[in-house]
Design a protein around this ligand. Structure first.
Ligand SMILES: [Zn+2]
Length: 257
């Protein structure tokens, strides 16, 4: 029902920029530049949770970028998925740049193992309330963008929530870690891929919309790496990377050291 109202209001309300409210465009040039204008960079929250993979982000989570992400996620402004996916694709390229280039030499007919974009799952209740899964949608547009640029990429939703997790808002870093410990697990399909050695750490990229404390991505990396049994033999630790559209401004400060 909510979707019907979202679609109707989309028809009835004048279109304005999700970032700044400028009329007659869903995303104006200035807000698009805030999202896509910088180069994707390595980010690291402080404190850094144990097990956090290398994370790359397109922009600080503030002002127009924050407004655009929220409009897509909470208000169903699905037309923004294209720009958000392009931003995420830039982060995936930054995280795998040399890999991607090395694996895909110009003109080589050799088959290349695709990059596997694994979205961090939302709670089923949140997805139902929003009427869509924003992270998965952004991941799909990012994969399309990467393929268009000649980099084979697929979205594989291989993680799910094992148990309900309390709302993270208002929790500190340590509390978030406790709240999330063991919260994610591989799906049955994910387990099969892991056992067959197909979740190669150098091809798996965890993707999410936002990095704050990093505890969600650390938990996702653990779940992707260990499988249900926590079997060290199967572990892909030491490895996978992560890409997010935006990160807390302080997480960008790593680059000033
Ligand atoms: Zn704008």
């Amino acid at each position: 029902m909510r979707n019907v109202w979202q679609e109707l209001s989309g028809l009835l309300l004048p279109v304005v920029c999700a970032g700044c409210g400028r009329p007659r465009t869903e995303l104006c040039a200035a807000c698009g530049a805030a999202l896509l204008g910088g180069s994707a960079r390595r980010v690291r929250p402080s404190p850094t949770p144990p097990g956090l993979p290398e994370v790359y982000a397109a922009a600080p989570y503030e002002n127009a970028v924050r407004a655009v992400l929220l409009a897509h996620k909470e208000r169903g402004a699905l037309g923004l998925a294209g720009a958000l996916g392009r931003a995420l694709a830039g982060c995936v390229r930054a995280g795998t740049g040399r890999l991607g280039a090395a694996a895909d030499p110009a003109g080589s007919p050799r088959a290349v193992a695709p990059l596997l974009l694994v979205p961090v799952p939302s709670a089923r209740s949140a997805t139902a309330a929003r009427g869509h899964d924003p992270v998965r949608r952004i991941a799909v547009t990012a994969a399309r963008e990467l393929r268009r640029a000649g980099l084979p990429a697929r979205v594989l939703p291989l993680l799910r929530q094992r148990r309900a997790v309390a709302d993270q808002a208002g929790l500190g870093a340590r509390q978030r870690r406790a709240n999330l410990a063991g919260a994610l697990e591989l799906t049955a399909a994910g387990e099969r891929l892991l056992r067959r050695g197909l979740l190669r750490h150098d091809r798996v990229i965890l993707v999410d919309d936002l990095l704050t404390t990093g505890s969600t991505l650390a938990e996702a990396a653990r779940a992707v790496g260990e499988g249900r049994g926590g079997d060290r033999e199967l572990s892909v630790h030491g490895g996978c990377r992560a890409a997010v559209v935006a990160a807390s401004p302080s997480a960008f400060e790593i680059n000033r050291n």
